[in-house]
Design a protein around this ligand. Structure first.
Ligand code: SF4
Length: 241
């Protein structure tokens, strides 16, 4: 059975007390902590020990699932991973400009602290929520080559925001903007096992998917795996949480 309040699951997280609205610097100061968190998530790990970005610390950003960016046709709308994360702080905003200004302030401070740069997981929860926000990441990555990003999006590659994301991947390169399309037949995707039958039905797609090694207990965590941001692997396969 799927966890949580059925009404809340129609449009937001089932943990409303863990939501922080950041529409102004005052909201941010009232929150009193950072939007980007150094990972304390067992699955993610803290410092990259493999791949091109070895040595970089991993930071992550969580938005409010279902409410911030998530497309309604997400295969996991109801069974979102966030249903199992009662303690994660989730952010929402109606003010893209302020939200991005706060992020840039945090990122610049992190770059002073970490000379080797930082790797950012977008988004543990939630998704890219506007054209402005996506293009803000593009501009940031164009200007600062020590920042790299990885993650997944439920926007389909041909949707308006999916096309914007694709455009950033093309401009920056998958190396530093490693956003995989979830449950999609395109290359550089990340699919759940429930999606496999659709991949099978899709005639022009090679079915070579690599199961997430962490889920098969072959690696300890993402920082010691690095597969998701490796462009040599077209598809990653996930068992559903
Ligand atoms: S494939 Fe590797 S990097 Fe991707 S989620 Fe699994 S452990 Fe993390």
């Amino acid at each position: 059975m799927i966890k949580g309040n059925t009404e809340l699951r129609k449009y937001t997280t089932i943990y409303p007390k863990s939501v922080y609205t950041i529409n102004s610097w005052d909201d941010y100061y009232a929150y009193g902590s950072k939007l980007l968190k150094q990972s304390n998530n067992k699955k993610l790990g803290k410092v990259l020990s493999r791949g091109a970005f070895k040595g970089k610390p991993l930071y992550s950003l969580s938005l409010v699932e279902r409410e911030m960016g998530c497309p309604k046709d997400c295969l996991h709308w109801d069974s979102c991973y966030g249903n199992n994360m009662p303690f994660a702080h989730r952010f929402k905003t109606d003010n893209d400009l302020v939200f991005c200004n706060i992020l840039i302030d945090e990122i610049f401070n992190l770059l002073i602290k970490h000379k080797q740069g930082i790797h950012i997981r977008l988004h543990v929860l939630g998704d890219f929520f506007s054209r402005y926000y996506i293009n803000w990441w593009k501009a940031l990555l164009v200007c600062h080559d020590k920042i790299s990003v990885y993650g997944y999006t439920a926007h389909t590659p041909n949707s308006q925001l999916g096309l914007e994301i694709k455009n950033v991947i093309d401009k920056i390169g998958f190396d530093r903007f490693a956003i995989r399309f979830s449950n999609s037949t395109v290359k550089m995707s990340a699919n759940s096992v429930e999606y496999e039958p659709r991949l099978v039905a899709s005639k022009n797609v090679s079915l070579k998917s690599i199961p997430c090694p962490e889920q098969e207990n072959k690696v300890l965590n993402c920082v010691s795996c690095a597969l998701c941001w490796n462009k040599n692997f077209d598809r990653v396969l996930f068992y559903t949480h």
